[in-house]
Design a protein around this ligand. Sequence first.
Ligand code: AMP
Length: 500
Amino acid sequence: MTEEQTPTFDDMESDVLYEPENPLPDFSFDDLPEDLRARVKQMGWSDPMPVQKKAIPYLLEGRDMIVQARTGSGKTGAYLLPIIEKIDAGKKYCQALVLAPTRELARQVYTVLEDLTKDTDIRTTVIYGGVRYGGQIKDLKDGAQIVVGTPGRILDHVYKGTLTLMNLRMLVFDEADEMLSMGFYPSMRKLRKQIPEKRHTCMFSATIPYHVEQLAHEFLHEPDRLSLSKGNQSVSELEHRYYIAPALGKDRVLVRLLEYENPESALIFTNTKRDAEYLSEFLKNYGIDAQHLTGDLRQNKREQVMAGLRSGEIRYVIATDVAARGIDISDLSYVFLYDIPEHVEVYVHRSGRTARAGKTGIAITICEDIQERKLLGIARQYGFTVEKRELPSDEQIEERLAERLIVRLEDTFNDYTMMDRERVGRFIPVVETLYEDDDMRMLLAMLLDQNYRQLLHARLYEKQEAEKQQKKKGSGDGGGKKSGGRGRGRSKRGGGSRGS
Ligand code: AMP
């Protein structure tokens, strides 16, 4: 690994931030077999992109790697080219598996894979949840050798016996950080039991927060690391982003961002105690687990809140600067700045709560129009880049929610016995009836929302349900007719899962 650097904008051209000791020589397309080289040329790729140049030699050597790379950097080619080169086209079973967090990414990777394997004997398929099984089963039966897909549905096929991973030789996690944020950790763990111990595993991730490291620890064997600073790759361990929001709509913008990013834990800074209190109530009312941390809380209460954040008991803590002083949390991957701080240096203190001890992190500022100049001024003064981002659209958020929910539901369903499935099947006619009518459809949506909260915000959900029951008891109504308590036995799963 090279020594730690604090790069400036000028360094962005070609820097490698980390690479293994005794680096291997760069890869060139001339190193490829002739037919693959021809296909690469056909795709208009004249030279390897930096991540390909640097990573491919290690992948070809069969070394486990953690590569920090974003979409757009050429990472797909960086792992697909070595995979394709190593496939034994004569053996009709799955030899390489690429796991992706979303259907969209799985499809994207698959498109490149199709282009790279066109007119060859190599068989490929893409597998993800929320669609029919038929086509997927056919591809698998036909002996797909490279499989791209989302973990939940892949596992589903393994349990069904339609996919065997016993002969898997290469495993790639693409966007590993996203995979955790989508809630795939339980499926990934189960999958580990289904693949051979001896295999070649690589992980690609835009950020490498603590939980990605943990995942690497579980799946990779003495991995080498590679991190590049080229292009839109974050140059620092800490990535700074901001979103413009109207003063009165910042609370909703925060909710949107939390819904979209779904960070496992985060510290959210406000300038005032009042805002901290307001926001924690606002988030709780929305069904998001949050707790405020203000200077007037007693020391032991403050420590309790922080311990809760550290242990995962509390997901989001909303703090004022005074209250957060001296707090030591080393593995927060997200810090939100709900306000631009009054004093410039406070920004650095706040954002410094993430990406500590060599970890990567993201600092997100919610910024009013008139504060944008001030934020850019801070960035200039401290020599970092802060990237302006568009708020995720309704469709993008819906897509994320849907994917996360489907992942969870399929995951739960995977564990169901035949009897369980039979019982569930009784409700299919009910689903059809409800779906027919607009008002009735809302009931279905309500069920899904309940499930989503139960699975993704298990602790808060249970607390709120318990409170409701308590209130009901208090008002003398002992009847449980309207209770939403079904399935509580399963909520432990959500609570125990990571990256939720
Ligand atoms: P990725 O980061 O893998 O999503 O790739 C981003 C884009 O770069 C995709 O459109 C790829 O087709 C393209 N690409 C990948 N490798 C190369 C290359 N060596 N030369 C030119 N384009 C490439």
